[in-house]
Design a protein. Structure first.
Ligand SMILES: [Zn+2]
Length: 217
C-alpha cells in the first residue's frame, strides 16, 4: 500500500479521485468502510484486517479476553456475526447496530476486525494494541481457558487505572499535549523519513531527520 495506490470513493461507492492507480476498489471492503463512515461521523479512519491472530480470537466463543495490558488498553469491543463476504447492503445496518454508538472496535466473527479512530493515529493505536492482545491471547490459550489468570474488574486494576490506560494521549514532561496514539505514530513516521521514505507527515514536533548520516532539524 502506497499513497499512489489510494483511490478516493464516496459513501455510494462512486470514485471521487482515481489518483494514479489503474485499479478498482474492493466491493466488500467498501461495504464495511462505508457502513461505518456513513453512520458514525466521529470516525475518520477505519482499518480492516484479517491477520491470523485476529481471526483466531474473533472465532473464539470467549472473544477478546482482558488478559494483558494491550487488551485492557483497547477497552470494550463489539462483535458482529459472520454472514459470508460482506456485500449485502442489509448487513451494513446490522454491522452498525453491533458496533454501537461509541465503541471503536468491532470483532467480525470468523473474519477479522474493523478498528475505528477519530484520527488515523487513534485507529493505528487501537490496531497496534489489538494485534498484540490477540497474538498474546492465542499463545496463552494453549494452556486452556481454565488455566488462565484474568485480572478481575474489582481487583488491583482499578477503574482509574483502566481510564488512564484508555485515556487520550495526555501531556509529555515538556507539557506538549498529544492525541491518542499521536506520539507513537509520529515516532513511526520519523523512522520512515529517516529511512529515506517521504511520508509528508504533518509533525507536531519537527523531527530530526538524518541526511547522509548527519542529523539536521
Ligand atoms: Zn474482510
Amino acid at each position: 500500500m502506497t499513497a499512489s495506490s489510494l483511490v478516493k470513493v464516496d459513501l455510494d461507492g462512486k470514485v471521487v479521485c482515481q489518483g494514479s492507480s489503474p485499479f478498482s476498489v474492493n466491493r466488500a471492503g467498501w461495504t464495511i468502510h462505508s457502513a461505518i463512515h456513513g453512520a458514525r461521523p466521529d470516525i475518520k479512519c477505519v482499518i480492516h484486517l484479517h491477520t491470523p491472530a485476529t481471526v483466531a480470537v474473533s472465532s473464539m466463543k470467549c472473544g477478546l479476553l482482558k488478559l494483558c495490558q494491550e487488551a485492557l488498553t483497547v477497552g470494550e469491543v463489539s462483535y458482529h456475526d459472520y454472514h459470508g463476504i460482506v456485500l449485502d447492503p442489509k448487513e451494513k445496518e446490522l454491522l452498525i447496530q453491533n458496533l454501537g454508538p461509541t465503541n471503536k472496535i468491532v470483532m467480525l466473527r470468523n473474519h477479522g476486525v474493523a478498528v475505528c479512530g477519530e484520527t488515523v493515529e487513534e485507529a493505528f493505536h487501537f490496531t497496534f494494541n489489538l494485534l498484540a492482545a490477540c497474538e498474546q491471547q492465542v499463545k496463552a490459550m494453549q494452556v486452556g481457558l481454565d488455566n488462565l489468570h484474568i485480572p478481575k474488574a474489582d481487583g488491583p486494576v482499578t477503574q482509574n487505572h483502566l481510564l488512564a490506560m484508555q485515556g487520550s494521549g495526555g501531556s509529555d514532561n515538556q507539557g506538549t499535549k498529544w492525541g491518542r496514539g499521536q506520539l507513537e505514530f509520529e515516532a513511526l513516521m520519523r523512522t520512515l523519513d529517516n529511512m529515506g521514505y517521504r511520508t509528508g507527515y504533518d509533525y507536531k514536533i519537527l523531527p530530526v531527520v538524518k541526511k547522509n548520516g548527519t542529523s539536521v532539524a
